[in-house]
Design a protein around this ligand. Sequence first.
Ligand code: FES
Ligand code: FE2
Length: 315
Amino acid sequence: MINEWIPLTFSDELRDMKGVTTLGKNVLLLRYKDQVYAFSDLCPHRLARLSMGRVIDGEIQCPYHGWRFNYKGELTLVPSLGKKINVKLTRYSVMEKYGIIWVSLIENPYHFANIEEWEDKKFRKIKCGPYYIDANPFRVMENLMDVSHFPYVHEGYLGDPKFPQIPEYEVEINHDGEIIAKSISVWQPNPDGTINGRFFNYTYKILSPFVLYFRKEDRGDIFSMIFAINPVSKDKTVVYAWIFMNYAYDVDPDKIRQFEDEIINQDKIVLESQPKEYYLDLRREISVRADKLSIFYRNMLKQRLGIIPELGLVE
Ligand code: FES
Ligand SMILES: [Fe+2]
């Protein structure tokens, strides 16, 4: 079982109830009196999907025979019997952070560190996604931490084939268990949708197997992003993202969002063509200097997740 926080929806996309899928399981999210609750989306009677039912007086009513459950997951009524019996739904841990609702299928998941920009008024925040990609979730994460594809997949935006070299860069693991790569310098023709070409200096942080942060800076201008991915299955991934910028306040947020949509669409084409497996054994693919960060990432996966064939995580 996976002991990690997984993003399942943006907060503002959950009204009263929503069914989502993660790790091959259906999960029901319920918003009740400003709190969010998560349950197995499976009615214990005949295993119908509860989220296809309705919320009535704060209670979930199953679409099949109308059994009702309260926000604690307790069965409150079996209509055909005219009373309740003693049954409870499986309940999961929930947290709301970065305008995202996160669930862990196990109690006490690994904690991940805070992103300063979220509370910092100097940064504007732009919500991006969700992006639906028919690719392996770990290959999506690896793509998000990889700068050497910029000149080819994002030519004219994040890279230029005239400047493809990636110098040696440092990678370290801090006391929170995060993987950090610093001082990766990349020439970008249009780094943020504002069409001002410049060298940006990248810092990456892998906060968890499913959460990535990067910051790029040039003379005080900071552009950073957090990406959180839902590993739906070995061939389906959903990406939730935020952009933070302490400059270009006058640029229309929709323009910046469209820029990110375009970047992800470019990645999607390559990602969906790759195998639905992600190999923990480094000998299965050939790696070079620029791939150092993804090798650290695979080590994190080996230690924290291990082999999970359902997610395509294999030897
Ligand atoms: S399957 Fe839910 S009430 Fe019967
Ligand atoms: Fe990319």
